[in-house]
Design a protein around this ligand. Sequence first.
Ligand code: ZN
Length: 103
Amino acid sequence: MCDKRGFTLVELLVVVLILGVLTTIAIPRLIVGSQTASENACASNLEILNSQLEIWAAMNGNAYPATLSVLTSNKAYFPRGTPECALEGTYSLDSDNVVVCDH
Ligand SMILES: [Zn+2]
C-alpha cells in the first residue's frame, strides 16, 4: 500500500506561489481603497462644516464668523465634537466663507 502523507515540495511551492500572487494583487487595492475612504470622509466633513456654517450665518444676520473656531467651538453645532480630517489636514475658513481642508 502507498503510505503517502503530507504535501510534496512542489505542492507546497504552488500554494506559496498562489498566495504570493493574491497578496500582490490585494495589497495595492487595499491601500488605494483606504486612501479613497479617507478622502470621502474628509469631503463628507467639509459638507457638514459648510452646512453648519450656513446655518450659523443665517442665525447671525448673514454674517460669517471671523475664524472657523468660532463655529467649531459651539457645542450646539457639533454636539459630538468637531469633525477631523482623516488625512490629518486642517479645516479653515477661506476668504469666500467656505470651509476648506489643506490635506
Ligand atoms: Zn482633509
